[in-house]
Every structure is written in C-alpha cells, then in structure tokens.
Design a binder for this molecule. Structure first.
Ligand code: NAD
Length: 292
C-alpha cells in the first residue's frame, strides 16, 4: 500500500533550511527520497550542511547509524537558492520557512506556478492552517499541513491536517511519506490553529509562565517539576529555548491573527523575553545560558 502510494514520489523539495528544514531534509534523504533543501540565505544553507554533517558523524560514532547509509543520504541531498528550479522537479514540497503568513502565501503562490500539476504542497507551519495558504494556489486539493516536531530527526510524530478541500489521496500519500520517514502519524479530521500537540504544550507553557510571573517558583524549579514530577523529557522553559523564543512568539501571533482571540496573544512574559532578543539556544542565551 505504502509502496503503491509512493510509486511517483521520488523527489522532495524542502523550503527553508533553518532549525526544522535542515533536519526535515536529512530525514527525507535518509528515507531514500532525492531531496533538495532551499533557502534565500546562502549562509543558512552552509550552516545547515555543517550542522547535519556533524550530527550524522556523531550518530555514526555512537553506533546509531551506519556510515554507508549516511553517505548514501548525503548523495541524495542537495542545497540550493533556486526555489523555482527545485520545485519544478519536485513531487512533494515541504515548506519550512519563517512563520509568517505573508511569506508563506507568497511562497505557495510561487510553488503553484513552478511545480508540476501532480505535486503536493505541504506546510510545516506550527500554527498556520493550510487553508490560509491553499487559496494562494489553484490546487487546494493538493495542499495540507505536514507538521514535524523539533528535533525533526529524533521526534517520532508528524501531524497531518487536511483543509476542507484537501483530497483523501493527498492525505494518503502524505501518510505514506510519513511512514517511509519512520514517523507515527497524528491525523486530524479538520483544521484548528496549533493542531493537537502544540495546543497541549502551550497550555502547559502558559501555566508555567503564570506561575513564574506570580513569583510562585523559579523557572528552573518549574522545569524540574515538569521533568522529574511529570516525566517530561524537558521543562517548558528549556523547551522554549530549544524551539526558539522568537518562534514561540511568532507562533502565538499567528494563532492570534487567525482567531482574533485575546487568549491567543503571546503571554506578557514571553513577549518581554522576545523583545530582549535572547531567543534561546540559537542566540546562545534565552532562559538559560548556552554561551559556554
Ligand atoms: N522551531 C520549531 O521548534 C518548530 C517546530 C515545528 C514547526 N516549526 C515551523 O517550521 C517553520 C520553520 O521554523 P524554523 O524554526 O525552522 O525557523 P528558522 O528561523 O530556524 O528557519 C527559517 C528559514 O527559512 C528561511 N526563509 C525565509 N524566507 C524564505 C523563503 N522565501 N524561501 C526560502 N527560505 C526562506 C530563512 O532564511 C531561515 O533559514 C515555521 O513555520 C515554524 O512554525 C518550527
């Protein structure tokens, strides 16, 4: 069944080579897809390649992967700044660019022009539902959310969300792609901003921020409670640093833009932190310090 659905899916274009796009592209290449990752910034592509090579080297040295598999994956993976050219040869496009609706709508309009008729256009957005980009294309039936979790090479789940025009075939193909990537599918029946997993996590994060703001406990101790009392792999403050405080802020703003509900606005403490420019691991400092 999976093989049948993937018969015509050989080439994947991943758009955006940041935190998510870089690892999504590696996951696709490791799974056997001819993959190209695209960015508008050359340095982002160079950084992505360097970080993937060192990550893969570490995985091989720890016995998690075979050198031959990694070499074969790098043979299937390329890096480009020419989106139109890459998309024109792709069977599936996975968009993982900056979390901004205007940017994504422009990108989807461009993909629709450049891609062959059969190509599926998916977005990895954390919040923006695909109907918001599908109407920038003439193929809403081939547009959906395909949402990975950070780090995409490690986290086992992918959320797949149809908009009200997405065809069953598109969802079936994307479920098959997810399976080939070794992911477990969380299939939503209909759209909701933030989907399932992030809505659960955001409820926890906002309560953690409330407790911290009210002076009930330090952020370090709140992280200890989440890790060592609830068994979460990481506390909510550590997770914000991993995801990126900027990304967390943009995700909330995108939800607010979609719903207009004040409750969706970024928590005041998150906003304050965002305005300091300390975004977490990516800038060397967030809630915690990563500079050494
Ligand atoms: N960071 C997370 O934990 C996480 C998890 C799941 C989903 N997401 C979603 O994934 C997407 C990317 O997030 P990220 O954390 O990787 O962001 P990021 O800021 O690390 O990377 C975004 C990349 O997109 C590039 N870009 C911007 N405009 C572009 C364009 N027009 N064409 C090609 N590349 C372009 C940027 O140069 C940058 O390299 C967002 O939609 C976000 O909501 C993020």
């Amino acid at each position: 069944m999976v093989d049948d659905l993937l018969q015509n899916i050989r080439r994947i274009a991943v758009i955006g080579s940041g935190t998510m796009g870089s690892q999504i592209s590696m996951a696709c290449a490791l799974a056997g897809f001819e993959t190209t990752v695209v960015d508008i910034v050359d340095e982002a592509l160079e950084k992505a390649e360097a970080s993937l090579r060192s990550r893969m080297e570490r995985d091989v040295s720890k016995g998690r992967r075979q050198q031959a598999d990694v070499d074969a994956a790098f043979d299937r993976l390329s890096f480009s700044t020419d989106s139109d050219q890459v998309v024109s040869g792709a069977d599936v496009v996975i968009e993982a660019a900056t979390e901004n609706l205007e940017i994504k709508r422009k990108l989807f309009a461009g993909f629709d022009q450049a891609a062959p008729e059969h190509t599926i256009l998916a977005t990895n957005s954390s919040t923006i539902v695909s109907s918001q980009v599908a109407d920038a294309t003439n193929r809403a039936d081939k547009v959906c959310n395909f949402h990975f979790f950070n780090p995409a090479l490690v986290m086992k789940a992918v959320e797949i969300v149809p908009n009200d025009q997405t065809s069953t075939y598109t969802i079936d193909v994307m479920c098959a792609v997810a399976q080939r990537l070794g992911k477990h599918v969380v299939q939503l029946h209909r759209e909701i901003p933030g989907f399932v997993a992030n809505r659960l996590m955001n409820a926890l994060r906002d309560e953690a921020l409330n407790l911290y703001q009210a002076g009930i406990a330090s952020y370090e101790d709140i992280d200890v409670a989440a890790r060592d009392a609830l068994g979460h792999p990481m506390g909510p403050f550590e997770l914000m640093d991993l995801v990126g405080i900027d990304v967390s802020y943009f995700i909330d703003m995108a939800e607010y833009d979609q719903t207009g509900q004040d409750a969706a606005l970024p928590h005041p403490v998150l906003k304050e932190k965002y305005e300091t420019g300390d975004y977490g691991r990516k800038t060397g400092r967030g809630w915690y310090n990563y500079e050494n």
